[in-house]
Design a binder for this molecule. Structure first.
Ligand code: HEC
Ligand code: CU
Length: 313
């Protein structure tokens, strides 16, 4: 049966995936058995009761109580087994244990955003420690999306204006692909993500330092990435135009007028303070609406953003 599974189904990343597949293969086997049985009977009857010469038709049989009970009760028992088994697996799949790591998921055209309990945010990828249940609390900012991880055998709609949830217990280290399974517009087929299942140790390292790609990226390049992924770009332009916040163009190294009438030189310390304690100094003619990024950025990420702002001359 295993060779058949490997043709039909993706790799198993959770214990639930194995349960799910056993059930699925049971239904496939049952269906195949009745398909063969019924086809064989049809062929046999066609041959057995074919017209021979001019002999008259067989006498008509109107009913057979025993046969009718057999063909009603056996399927009834089979579908009840399928119901009970399916119900059991469904409850397992959709009720998260209380001690799960909770990750908030926000879907929007056409990215997945994640937020950890400690405030860390990621886009299109999450890292989770092996052997610890993870619960996803999901919502959408625009249209209906669907969170689908084939190797975990989990899938649920992500809907604007309400929360849906999903959970899994990762049991295979490595990379798992996340798909959007609800047609959500032009970029739908690009709405992909990665779930990295790490050892406990690797997971902690990632929490502290970030993933290998960004760990080795030059600071300014990482800064450009964060400028987009952390949403700085929604309030700060790079071309001098005014959004909810001042443009980054030409800020670094120049005097900035503050709302209390004083001026300050925009050096590394000022930029750092603006990111971590935005209310400390408010730029004149702007409102103090910038959220603090204290605790949301790793040390190297703050440095990267400073480098990035420095480059916008
Ligand atoms: C919700 C909008 C908003 C977001 C998001 C936002 N900022 Fe700001 N930011 C502002 C506003 C408004 C000001 C001006 C008022 C003030 O100084 O607090 C400002 C000021 C700043 C300044 C000082 C600029 C100057 O001209 O002196 C820096 C530097 C800065 N933000 C960096 C960032 C970085 C880096 C991010 C992303 C990690 C970010 N901001 C995200 C709204 C935002
Ligand atoms: Cu989508």
């Amino acid at each position: 049966m295993n060779w058949l599974k490997s043709i039909l189904l993706p790799a198993q990343g959770t214990a639930y995936a194995a349960e799910h597949d056993t059930f699925f293969m049971f239904i496939v086997a049952l269906t195949a058995f009745f398909f063969l049985l019924i086809t064989a009977l049809v062929v046999f009857f066609v041959w057995r009761y074919r017209r021979r010469g001019d002999s008259p038709a067989e006498s008509q049989v109107t009913h057979n109580t025993r046969l009718e009970i057999v063909w009603s009760v056996i399927p009834l028992i089979l579908v009840m087994i399928i119901f009970a088994w399916g119900f059991h697996d469904y409850m397992n799949a959709y009720t998260a244990p209380g001690d799960a790591l909770e990750i908030q998921v926000t879907a929007k055209q056409w990215i997945w955003q994640f937020e950890y309990p400690d405030g860390m945010r990621t886009v299109n990828e999450i890292h989770v420690p092996i052997g610890r249940p993870v619960r996803l609390v999901m919502s959408s900012e625009d249209v209906i999306h669907s969170f689908f991880v084939p190797s975990f055998r989990i899938k649920k709609d992500v809907v604007p204006g309400m929360y849906t949830d999903l959970w899994f217990l990762p049991e295979a280290e490595g990379e798992h692909t996340l798909f959007c399974a609800e047609y959500c517009g032009r970029g739908h087929s690009d709405m992909l993500g990665k779930i990295y299942v790490d050892s406990e140790e690797k997971f902690r390292e990632w929490q502290e330092l970030g993933d290998e790609r960004t760990r080795t990226m030059p600071l300014a390049e990482l800064g450009a990435l964060l400028y987009e992924s952390r949403g700085c770009s929604t309030c700060h332009s790079l071309d001098g135009s005014r959004r909810d916040g001042p443009s980054f163009k030409g800020v670094f190294g120049h005097e900035v007028k503050l709302s209390d009438g004083t001026t300050v030189l925009a050096d590394e310390n000022y930029i750092r303070e603006s990111i971590l304690e935005p209310q400390a100094k408010i730029v004149s003619s702007f409102e103090g609406i910038m959220p603090t990024f204290q605790g949301l950025l790793r040390e190297r990420e703050v440095k990267a953003l400073i480098e990035f702002v420095k480059e916008q001359q």
